[in-house]
Ligand binder design. Structure first.
Ligand code: ADP
Ligand code: ADP
Length: 225
């Protein structure tokens, strides 16, 4: 099953002015459930724009976004926000965990927002943390965790509401090589266990090569590496 599909995505900034810049010029990709795809894109090529459009944080000028086979174009803002919260998980280079809450609470809160009962949410948070080796850190606040632990918790939070799609932007970009490897393995475990479709932007060619496919963003299009 195709979980995430981008079909002919076009996006320009400053449209209709002399500063118009066409960033995406027909970018297409289809990612199956359980598949982890690397996106290699030098800075300035439109990687963030593409991830934001895929994650329904921004809209394309043309082309289609389908999540779980459902066409996103033309949905109301309210429906798009609902799909984004339920079906899309984001991870960034920096963890963006809420500093005043524990690791577990950071994973519980998005579930409560979706109406999940506290005890169920806590159980799910614990299971996610166990699966990536941070079960023993549940009661720590982010500042008390190592960089690798923070990122593993960030992945757990992104997956809290069992999304279909995981979008990650340089998730290991701020980590040393050994920690990157641990976080990468944790991410792959979660992708395999949950059957997510994952699109992971990275500059790390060694990690990219260990994913199912490596794609490149070039001249506004997605090409095979
Ligand atoms: P990347 O993530 O690959 O660095 P971005 O998607 O952030 O690339 O940006 C791609 C291009 O679009 C860059 O040239 C950037 O300057 C431009 N750009 C991004 N966002 C905006 C914006 N809001 N307004 C105008 N230009 C933008
Ligand atoms: P709403 O539009 O309903 O206020 P939020 O702004 O809370 O929704 O966004 C929902 C999720 O989308 C957040 O958990 C966050 O990870 C992500 N998000 C929202 N805005 C941005 C943004 N500008 N850049 C990156 N991620 C964002």
């Amino acid at each position: 099953m195709i979980s995430l599909e981008l079909d002919g995505i076009e996006k320009a900034y400053n449209k209709g002015t002399d500063k118009e810049v066409a960033v995406l010029r027909g970018a297409s990709v289809a990612i199956k459930a359980g598949e982890a795809v690397a996106l290699v894109a030098p800075s300035g090529t439109g990687k963030s724009t593409l991830l934001h459009i895929a994650g329904l944080l921004d809209t394309a000028d043309a082309g289609a976004v389908r999540i779980g086979g459902e066409e996103m174009t033309g949905l109301s803002d309210r429906r798009r926000t609902g799909v984004r919260r339920r079906d899309v998980g984001f991870v960034y280079q920096f963890h963006h965990l809420l500093p005043e809450f524990t690791a577990e609470e950071n994973i519980v809160l998005p579930q409560l927002a979706e109406g999940v009962a506290q005890s169920v949410a806590a159980g799910h948070a614990r299971a996610l943390m166990e699966s990536v080796g941070v079960g023993g850190r549940a009661d720590h606040r982010p500042a008390a965790l190592s960089g690798g632990e923070q990122q593993r918790v960030a992945f757990c939070r992104a997956l809290a509401n069992r999304p279909r799609v995981l979008l990650a932007d340089e998730p290991t970009g701020n980590l040393d090589p050994e920690t990157s490897d641990t976080v990468f393995e944790a991410m792959m475990t979660l992708v395999r266990e949950t059957g997510l479709a994952a699109l992971i932007a990275t500059h790390n060619m060694e990690l990219a090569a260990r994913m199912d496919r490596v794609l490149r963003l070039q001249d506004g299009r997605i090409v095979c590496d």
